[in-house]
Design a protein around this ligand. Structure first.
Ligand SMILES: Cc1cc2nc3c(=O)[nH]c(=O)nc-3n(C[C@H](O)[C@H](O)[C@H](O)COP(=O)(O)OP(=O)(O)OC[C@H]3O[C@@H](n4cnc5c(N)ncnc54)[C@H](O)[C@@H]3O)c2cc1C
Length: 481
């Protein structure tokens, strides 16, 4: 079944590559995606399974969340443990749907059904699936409480609940409003599907000669896929250009931060790309309210004013100020504030201090992914309280590390594997071009292949649109890439 599906996808990929005069082997080499080598030979096990040692040790493992992270680590553990006793608690029957595709749905490149993944097809049959939600974590008694199945005890716990989208923290907004009144958001599947018709209305309006305003926000919390708020803006630009309507639209990005990207090389490249496309931006703006009737977005704008002269430091004091700025829109793309799910946030597993405590992220050693206070608890994916790394690309590196370290601890050893902070953002810059921003905690580009990583390339588009999805479904979720 897996081999048949991969085969079908590979045929599609081959057709696309033939147009460019490339073989699949050459394309994979060019893309430098060693982990996708199973696309050359689907029956071959690959890197992830080899990275983790097998073990005869037996203990009860409970995984909370069966999305990208929970499913991948469950699959790897049932492969590596000779006597697996793994339970996955997950309420959503489509928990493994391919979220990175939501941006492509929002721009009319993919259809909503293209990203759907049925949990029953991907959660490993050797694990027990409890279709339920955890409503309380009790790590002091090594148990969780579920909504409908009572308490579940464990020897070892893996927290992989992903994160929570907090639209209602923006005054006047809720999930239901997304898709109406020109307000869009790619961050949940229905929102992404509703974004495409709204974008088309916006383009039609611009095409009719009306001057229109497109506004794109980026909140003041950590978010998953930090590139998505910009990707949707680039795609709106590309669709407007295709329709020969770009000149009538102003597109403006309002990020809370003071840069386009945390890695200077990618920041510089993005600024140039924005300038070349006449896309505008205003830093230090956080979306706090939306008036849907008036189509007005309100931002808190932070800035500094010059205060008194400090004779000791020989410079002026800079005094922080905040003012509210109203911005009219015809098309608004909202990236909501995000946090750990409330149940995690309220639990002893959450960070107790510092900025990570505000988001309620799970308190982990960033390299081993083991909890700092509960040695029998590990965490990974978007809920992990570690720097950066809220992407599927990070999960791909984290799940082998967490699995190996869990097995080490189960065997009474110290964790031996280390996560280096790798993450990847395939920044879609147009229909047909992507800048593949790979980096880690060093905040330096860490390209997998010796090509200038700050350049937009069609080969990364091929990677994004044709290769990453099969790699996710049939490599990562199956615990083998
Ligand atoms: C629009 C968009 C674009 C993206 N683009 C990219 C990209 O280009 N590249 C990339 O690498 N990544 C991208 N990502 C990010 C990527 O999808 C996530 O980082 C990844 O899915 C994280 O996996 P996870 O398992 O931590 O969370 P999820 O996949 O969200 O899974 C979490 C699971 O936990 C379950 N859960 C939650 N609470 C409970 C509970 N109380 N009890 C039981 N289960 C619970 C949920 O139902 C869910 O199924 C994108 C995401 C979005 C939304």
């Amino acid at each position: 079944m897996i081999e048949d599906n991969v085969d079908q996808i590979c045929k599609q990929l081959d057709q696309e590559l033939i147009k460019r005069g490339l073989s699949r082997r050459d394309a994979l080499k060019l893309a430098g995606v060693g982990a996708a080598s199973f696309l050359l030979n689907p029956s071959q096990a690959s890197a992830a399974t080899k990275a983790v040692a097998s073990s005869d040790i037996k203990a009860k493992i409970v995984i909370v969340g069966g999305g990208a992270a929970g499913c991948s680590i469950a699959s790897l553990l049932v492969n590596k443990l000779n006597n697996p006793d793994v339970t996955v608690i997950e309420p959503n029957p489509q928990s493994v749907s391919y979220q990175p595709g939501q941006t492509l749905i929002a721009a009319g490149v993919w259809n909503p059904e293209d990203i759907v993944g049925e949990s029953k097809d991907f959660l490993p049959s050797e694990a027990k699936w409890v279709k339920d939600s955890v409503v309380e974590f009790d790590p002091d008694h090594s148990k969780v409480v579920t909504a409908n199945n009572g308490e579940i005890k464990y020897d070892f716990l893996i927290v992989a609940t992903g994160l929570q989208l907090n639209y209602e923290k923006i005054e006047g907004l809720s999930r239901d409003i997304i898709g109406t009144n020109g307000i869009s958001s790619v961050y949940f599947p229905e929102g992404a599907a509703k974004t495409w018709p709204l974008m088309q209305e916006f383009i039609t309006s611009a095409k009719s000669g009306k001057k229109v305003e497109g506004v794109f926000s980026h909140p003041n919390t950590p978010i998953k896929c930090g590139g998505a708020p910009k990707k949707i803006m680039y795609l709106t630009h590309a669709r407007l250009k295709e329709a020969d309507a770009r000149k009538n639209a102003t597109l403006t990005f309002y990020p809370n931060g003071g840069k386009m990207f945390g890695v200077p090389e990618y920041h510089d490249a993005i600024v140039k790309q924005f300038e070349a496309r006449d896309m505008k931006w205003h830093y230090k703006h956080n979306l706090v309210a939306v008036d849907i009737g008036k189509k007005m977005a309100t931002f808190d704008h932070k800035y500094l004013v010059k205060g008194e002269w400090d004779a000791d430091l020989e410079e002026f004091d800079m005094i922080p100020q905040v003012k509210q700025v109203d911005v009219p829109f015809d098309f608004l793309h909202v990236t909501p504030p995000m946090s750990a799910p409330d149940v995690v946030k309220a639990s002893p597993l959450a960070w107790q201090r510092g900025s990570a405590s505000k988001g309620g992220w799970v308190e982990l050693h960033k390299e081993t992914l083991q909890h700092t206070r509960y040695a029998n608890v590990f965490g990974l994916g978007d809920v992990a309280g570690i720097p950066m790394g809220k992407t599927g690309g990070s999960v791909r590196k984290q799940y082998t590390v967490a699995a190996q370290n869990l097995i080490d601890v189960m065997e009474g050893k110290s964790p031996s594997a280390k996560y280096g902070g790798y993450t990847v953002c395939p920044l879609i810059t147009g229909i047909g071009t992507v800048m593949l921003a790979e980096f880690d905690w060093s905040k330096k580009p860490t390209p997998s292949f010796p090509l200038d990583p700050t350049k937009e390339r069609w080969i990364w588009w091929i990677l994004k649109v044709y290769m990453l999805k099969p790699m996710y479904f049939y490599g990562m979720l199956k615990g083998r890439a």
